[in-house]
Design a protein around this ligand. Structure first.
Ligand code: SAH
Length: 222
C-alpha cells in the first residue's frame, strides 16, 4: 500500500471508523471540540503494530512492544481535555513524558502545542520518530532520556503530561512548570489516580481526579 493510502486507512482503519470512535468518546462525556477534532484527525492505526491496526479504534489499550501499552482512547481524550481547560490561545509549550509510539505526541501537536516528548526506551523512541514522520506539520521534538528529569534546557513548560504512574510527583517536573502551568500525571502504585497540579503565585495546588491504570514511571533509560 502506498504511504498516503496507509495514512488515510481503509475498512476498519478508515476515517469513518475513526469518526465512530469520536462519537463514542462524545457519548462517554468528552466535550472539548478541539480534542475531539484532534482524535478525528490523527490516524491511531499507524501508531499500533500492523497486525493490530484493525483494532486501533476500539476503546482499549493495545500492546506497543517492550511491555508497554498505548493508552485507551478515552483516557487519552480525557487527559487532553483536562489539559486544555482554560487554555488562553491555541499555543504553549508542553512536555510529554512517556512518548511511547508517539500517538499522544501527534494529538498534542494537532492541538497547537509545541511538544517536547521524552521516552526512556530507545526502540520505542525510534518507532515514535518513524510514526510521527508521517504526520504533516507537526511541531515536536523527541528525546531519549529519563522523564523524571524533565527537559531543563527547554523549560519552563505551560503544560506537562505524564503517561506512566509515578509513586510521588517528580520534583524536577514541578520546577520546570511555568507560572499558572498545569502538570497532569497518574500517581500511585497499585491504586492509581489522576493528579492535576497547578503552579500558582501562592504555590502548587493539587487536585485528585479519577482512578486510572497506567504502566509505572521508571527511572533511567534502556
Ligand atoms: N502516550 C503513549 C503511551 C505510552 S505508555 C502512547 O501514546 O503510545 C507509557 C510510556 O512511558 C512507555 O513507553 C514507557 O517506556 C514510558 N516511560 C516510563 N517511565 C518513563 C520515564 N521515566 N521517562 C520516560 N518515559 C518513561
Amino acid at each position: 500500500m502506498n504511504a498516503s493510502l496507509a495514512l488515510a486507512g481503509i475498512g476498519m482503519t478508515s476515517q469513518r471508523t475513526r469518526a465512530r470512535m469520536v462519537e463514542r468518546l462524545r457519548a462517554q462525556g468528552v466535550r472539548n471540540e478541539s480534542v475531539l477534532a484532534a482524535m478525528a484527525a490523527i490516524p491511531r492505526h499507524i501508531f499500533v503494530e500492523e497486525a493490530l491496526a484493525s483494532r486501533a479504534y476500539e476503546d482499549t489499550a493495545l500492546p506497543l512492544g517492550c511491555s508497554q501499552t498505548i493508552s485507551q482512547p478515552y483516557i487519552v481524550a480525557r487527559m487532553l481535555e483536562i489539559l486544555c481547560e482554560n487554555r488562553k490561545n491555541g499555543s504553549g509549550k508542553i512536555l510529554e513524558i512517556g512518548a511511547g509510539c508517539g500517538y499522544q505526541t501527534a494529538l498534542l501537536g494537532h492541538l497547537g502545542y509545541e511538544v517536547y516528548a521524552v521516552e526512556r526506551i530507545r526502540p520505542l523512541l525510534v518507532r515514535a520518530r518513524k510514526n510521527l514522520a508521517q504526520i504533516p506539520n507537526l511541531k515536536a521534538r523527541l528525546k531519549h532520556a529519563d522523564g523524571n528529569l524533565g527537559w531543563p534546557e527547554a523549560a519552563p513548560f505551560d503544560r506537562v503530561i505524564v503517561a506512566a504512574a509515578a509513586r510521588a510527583v517528580p520534583q524536577e517536573l514541578l520546577r520546570q512548570l511555568a507560572m499558572n502551568g498545569i502538570l497532569l500525571l497518574p500517581v500511585g502504585g497499585g491504586e492509581q489516580y489522576l493528579c492535576r497540579v497547578q503552579r500558582t503565585p501562592q504555590g502548587f495546588s493539587e487536585t485528585r481526579l479519577e482512578s486510572v491504570r497506567f504502566v509505572p514511571l521508571l527511572t533511567g533509560v534502556e
